[in-house]
Design a protein around this ligand. Sequence first.
Ligand code: PMP
Length: 421
Amino acid sequence: MTRLEATDVLAGKPSSFDVSRVRLDFPALSQIVNGSPVAYLDNAASTQKPTSVIETVTAAYTFNYSNVHRGVHTLSQRATEAYEGARETARQFLGAPLVEEIVFVRGTTEGINLVAQSYLRPRLEPGDEVLISGLEHHSNIVPWQMVCQQTGANLRVVPINAKGEIDLDAYKDALSRRTRLVAMSHISNALGTVNPVQMIVELAQQRGIPTLIDGAQAAPHLALDVATLGCDFYTVSGHKVFGPTGIGVLYGRLDRLNEMEPYQGGGEMIRSVTFESTEYASPPHKFEAGTPHIAGAIGLGAAMDYLTELGIDTIGAYETDLLRYATQCLGRLPEVRLIGTADDKAAVISFLLEDIHAHDVGTILDQEGIAVRVGHHCAQPVMDYFQVSSTARASFAFYNTAQEVDRLVGGIKNVLEVFGR
Ligand code: PMP
């Protein structure tokens, strides 16, 4: 069955999204791996890069490279223009009102640590609470644990239900006068659950509690609009949105950024320095100590331009069809146990095959060129909740096809056969 036939059947409509053409933009997708065309189904871990991003990064190093901000010479001016241009691109991509609200960081992890140390740490007192959910990636757990240890505050966790959804009643109950910050993911990387972040933010806001949304998994699939969402902080990783590694964005509302002290000092983040004292630069530069990842930021801008050109809503609709198709196909195999069956899901299928170890599943699939991730997905508490140590996870991007889903199903059948099931 071709992709169009499969999705047409499922969606009841022809898809206007030309996936074959789009795949040509990604050189990595035309590779042969272990004798078969690669089926890259590990997009929640990291995404492949379109030629436009690769060429933009190459050009940044080949023709327009120098350090940014301080140079009077032409190459430095070109690099600065491209770097700051990428910041404006990121502002538009996130729907942030002001370019000063866009801080370049290494990725979601660094964005969260920045907020934990610069915003939260000076504001936490013993007995205060930081509220997260049972669905979080380790990078939205450990930085809060660290800041709680440093201050005597407590980490409080909103439970999830058997489908892998945040328990909203428990969330409402957990919001208290001691809550100093709510930090939750937009989409779970382990299960694909799309969290009701608008409601989560509104409920916190009604009590005057600031919010951070971990958007690492949402940015590649959903149109972002942080202004409408109303959160105080939002974090994104470049490598998950078809951009370079080592670069990401922290959106912070300007009044919040203004009231925060930087947690790293150095060049680039100052207005003036004497041995006695330092006057910091204004946001966002105040939080970007040292030479930044110049080419990375420029490449991230190219990736965001690429996604915007494709149309996030268009790719989101296509991915929804693909996920529905994959869920139905895997659901027909009685040996498959789906982990995470939220009503609102995006792009991720976590599963187990009876008692076969997920690592064996991943290894056998790899022999056919099918790339899935196996393990705890940096979300051990989620695994604990479902009483499993690991899962196999197929995670989709807009360049994946129904044929690749069919290959995954065939590969799963092979695994079952190898294990005599
Ligand atoms: N949060 C979520 C939901 C994620 O999926 C990831 C990456 N797997 C992160 C945070 C951390 O992102 P990074 O490693 O790019 O900093």
